[in-house]
Design a protein around this ligand. Sequence first.
Ligand code: ATP
Ligand code: MG
Length: 574
Amino acid sequence: MSDKTPETRSDGVEAGAPSDFIRDIIREDIATGKYGGRVHTRFPPEPNGHLHIGHARSICLNFGVAQEFGGKCNLRFDDTNPSKEEVEYVEAIQEDVRWLGFDWDDRLSFASDYFEQLYAFAEQLILKGKAYVCDLSPDEVREYRGTLTEPGRNSPYRDRSIEENLDLFRRMRAGEFPEGSRTLRAKIDMASPNIVMRDPVLYRIMKAPHHRTGDTWVIYPLYDFTHCLCDSLEGITHSLCTLEFENNRALYDWILDTLELYHPQQIEFAWLLLTYTVLSKRRLRQLVEGGYVSGWDDPRMPTLAGLRRRGYTPESIRTLCSLANVSRAISVVDIGLLEHCIRQDLNQRAPRVMGVLRPLKVIIDNYPEGQVEYLEAINNPEDPSAGTRQVPFSRELYIEQEDFREEPPPKYYRLAPGREVRLRYAYFITCTGVERDPNSGEIVALHCTYDPATRGGDAPDGRRPKATLHWVSAPHAVQAEVRLYDRLYTVPDPLDREGDFKDYLNPHSLEVLTDARVEPGLADAPVGARYQFERQGYFCVDPDSTPERRVFNLTVPLRDTWAKIERAQQQKGR
Ligand code: ATP
Ligand code: MG
């Protein structure tokens, strides 16, 4: 395990600087002059979906390491599979990386930029007798490969002459053969204990147009062949990737050594995984295509687009990535840590406002009809420079339905008949009666009186109500739609359970409240603006929001102590 942010370190690492096994390797390489002291990394997304928070770990690592060591980081799209990739994703991925706070300057590349060079390297392998054209079908290739316990068998085409291989490969490129009929394979070792080394396929025939190269190519290189060569051509020093590539490192090394090329070092690290979260793009796509969520940017999705729409800041995600240390050991981070990161960040910077999610009308019988007062409210107690604002107060208000109980249970200190509470920044009020719908019997309004001597929330006689409620002035408040989100799954580990991960989707992950009321100051809050609704949580303005229909997303609730007490009481009563 790594030693994170120690006070002092014997090896001279600055106190507080990020530290992990990868940074230790890089420091060592700089010290020994490997790569001439250079540090050059890359982030290599495949443009077949949107980035998720796991990719943020890789982005923060690759770009972060480059920044810390005065190096460079490239953004390189691994676009070797024309059938799965789309331009839409190329643009979205760039937006996401920039949003996270990183920049690749002019170092944007595509694996497809190198197709011609890659082809030339393939011919070199053939000329060295290290690659051959194989006529086995994909199924046969698999069958010949053997298993973990049994060696593979040589392809009957393995001993073709160099001339024949060169001729066939050129004709593959010329489009003479149907898709799937032939491949180019490396000639390594069909008995290798590492299955990756059993004559891996380097090129396949695919008659599909490519988003950048169009119809130029009908053969496409595979990832393993492409990645190491692109790294080498770009002068990458440390090629950081996740653990699933561990066995592929031998092939990475073999290709570069066999071609006698500049050789970066591949280093694997463990994925960032979160409880209550499924990250793989393949599965996220199932959620989008199956209509389980509204899109890749649904605020419940762990995509960067979803987190952004939910109200997460790039800082909070970067903080998570630095708290969840880079290591080789697989560990699952509690989603509570991500929620903690955003609460910490928004606590510092989000303006406080009052918003009533489920309104209950309050009529202050002794407050003059038609009178309006503007009361001073603090914008952010954590940040005095945020100043104050004026909120209107009038005879008719809304408070939260759950802030009133006709028959209050023990330890419930909020409003109840005959009880006095404080309205934040306003007055003390006492409930004198309830008004009911004559048909349903449902409470439609509360009648209260206020104490004019308590303006601003303090009584001259020093009495202190046990509860302070948030409220809005009924005639001034803005009606809003509020979307309350909960975890997308009901279990922390949906992938480790029996059946399909979608069986564990939380049916209550979204609750839409259409009749919330917020302070008038939020009438023209811009899309993306973030607020703390006092006593509730952090909310942000959704892109669906219009001047006619304000829409707010719950980013994360404040910790709800009342819910905890109530749950504890229920458990005791059982
Ligand atoms: P997924 O497995 O979700 O489909 P991927 O690995 O196919 O993602 P790529 O676009 O190929 O997605 O990944 C780009 C980079 O991000 C790779 O270097 C990959 O190792 C890294 N990466 C992907 N998922 C994670 C994760 N959960 N934690 C850390 N890094 C990740
Ligand atoms: Mg993958």
